[in-house]
Design a protein around this ligand. Sequence first.
Ligand SMILES: [Zn+2]
Ligand SMILES: [Zn+2]
Length: 323
Amino acid sequence: MAEARDPSPAPDEVVVAVEACGLCGSDVHSLQNGEAADGQILGHEFSGRIAARGRDVTGWAEGQPVAASPLGSCGKCRICARGLNFRCPAAPNIGINRQGAYAQYVAVPARQLVALPRELPVELGAHAEPLSVGSQAVKLSGAGAGDPVLVFGVGPIGLYAIMALRLAGAGPIVAAGRSAGRREAAADVGADVVLDTRSRPVREWAEESGTKFAAALECSAAPGAFGELLDLLEPGGTCVEVALTPEEARVPLFGMLSEGLHLVGSCAFSDETYRESVDHLVAGRVPADRLISERVPLDGTPDALVRLRTPGTLVRILSRPWD
Ligand SMILES: [Zn+2]
Ligand SMILES: [Zn+2]
């Protein structure tokens, strides 16, 4: 691990002393595949305390606990107006193409901050990013009260999506996955039915129980999954691809139009969704803290990112750079 210089804030930025940063599967993959640029510090699911302020920053105090969206946005272009900040060509994203939070300090544009209350553990804010990813997918799925929904894949994103579905009142929520530890977590955070895809295909369960889904969230990146989920939808249903996958899925266009299906991709989230996620966490509406399997110090973070290639019973690991 190379030493990096501590950042200093630009005029409209603060420097945050990182309290916790969640280890994300996208970091695991980009390191495994050698996609991260040289010198790039990863880490985009974080919270901490303001350590320094740029000269134009007002309304924020040093020592104040904050969660921070990693997504830059200019707030002016057509892409930002659609809530797709992460695609804004004018503003880079923390831990992706500007320096991230697997570090003691990270510089953050003040507009990306959301205040946390002083009386709660600051670490709680590190759940806001993945909960937002799950919530955005649920919003795009259109799932609401009383809608049967399938969450295919119970890695962290699937698990946060389950929490978001509960918040939306959807149900029954059927979760399907391969890892025993993560299936247990799925039940723990609110899935009504949990299926082991190693022993039984979801299609079989759906046929036997006579279930068709209003929405299916593809969170597994398993080859062929997206196409298979389309068959499990009720007319007018929505299939959302949430996992990052290079697969080129085959889509039966006649089935799509004759059944009136909606096919959607969901990546990242809007500023509004991020603020809502912080609200849910602060109000204690989601059991996110139950997902933490391990906390590791900064020098244990590279090894933990390697261990997550084969997660076994690991669900979620937090890097805590000051421990
Ligand atoms: Zn992530
Ligand atoms: Zn923009």
